[in-house]
Design a protein around this ligand. Structure first.
Ligand SMILES: O=P(O)(O)OC[C@H]1O[C@H](O[C@H]2O[C@H](CO)[C@@H](O)[C@H](O)[C@H]2O)[C@H](O)[C@@H](O)[C@@H]1O
Length: 250
């Protein structure tokens, strides 16, 4: 693990001057600011257009890698002609929409019912039912973290489900793939193959991405406050990520 404080990364142009680079971009907390609920995010007006433009500058070597499902991502940014991996890396697609790897496994209904029972009541956590999993959010009541984690982990163990921990959230998925698997899958395909990958992300699930890019001589960029990480550089906020990527800032 890298010791902090981490320096800001060299410019994208500087990295590109050494050879072909590829960008792997997390979504929540990296391209958009964290919001009180999963549906309350504010997506900058030009983000979709800017990502397509950036992808074309990189000759298609740009991918979004999110914990959200691809359907959920599309509901916020539209159907973009760029590579994307959703559901924490379980559902990877090339820019033309073709899937790489097996179709993601879906959650057993019984587990979903048990999670619904867990969030019952006005003051408890909330449930986000996702295409390939379910997320229990406790951002509104961080003090209940320990009990939520214990109860959701127990349901995961009962059904043999994978657990992902994030910012005020615990997610359960039947599919065990992660963001690092998505990086490996995409790096084996044109136009990514042979390039130097850069993974930018803010959350613990992004550590799998930071680890994966090292396998290709690449580098990770952590977004947000300092912590122990496999990333070797840091940017302070999504605003700084946009600036570093050369996207327009409103
Ligand atoms: O991998 P990401 O693109 O970063 O997605 C991770 C999860 O992001 C969302 O939850 C997080 O963002 C919400 C909106 O800002 C916030 O309210 C929540 O507390 C965060 O955990 C999303 O709801 C999840 O489905 C994603 O897996």
């Amino acid at each position: 693990m890298q010791q902090y404080p981490l320096a800001p990364p060299p410019s994208l142009d500087e990295i590109r001057s050494d050879g072909a680079a590829a960008l792997f971009l997390d979504f929540d907390g990296t391209l958009v600011d964290i919001a009180p609920t999963h549906n309350a995010i504010e997506v900058p007006a030009d983000l979709s257009r800017d990502l397509e433009y950036l992808s074309s500058r990189l000759e298609g070597r740009l991918a979004l890698v999110s914990g959200r499902s691809l359907e959920d991502l599309a509901s916020h940014i539209g159907e973009l002609a760029i590579a994307q991996a959703g559901s924490h890396g379980a559902d990877s697609r090339l820019a033309d929409g073709s899937r790489i790897g097996a179709e993601p496994r879906t959650m057993p209904l019984e587990a979903v019912e048990q999670l619904k029972a867990l969030v019952e009541g006005d003051d408890g956590p909330s449930l986000e039912i996702k295409t390939h999993g379910a997320a229990v959010h406790y951002r509104a009541r961080p003090e209940i973290e320990d009990e939520v984690i214990a109860a959701a982990s127990e349901i995961a163990a009962r059904h043999g489900l994978a657990v992902k921990r994030g910012k005020c959230v615990i997610e359960l998925l039947a599919d065990t793939r992660n963001k690092g698997n998505a990086v490996h899958s995409l790096m084996a395909e044109a136009p990514f193959v042979g390039s130097r990958p850069i993974f930018i992300g803010d959350d613990f699930t992004d550590e799998d991405g930071f680890a994966a890019v090292k396998d290709f001589g690449g580098l990770g960029i952590l977004v947000g406050g300092s912590r122990e990480t496999l990333a070797c550089y840091r940017l302070e906020s999504p605003h700084e990520v946009h600036r570093w990527l050369g996207l327009e800032i409103e």
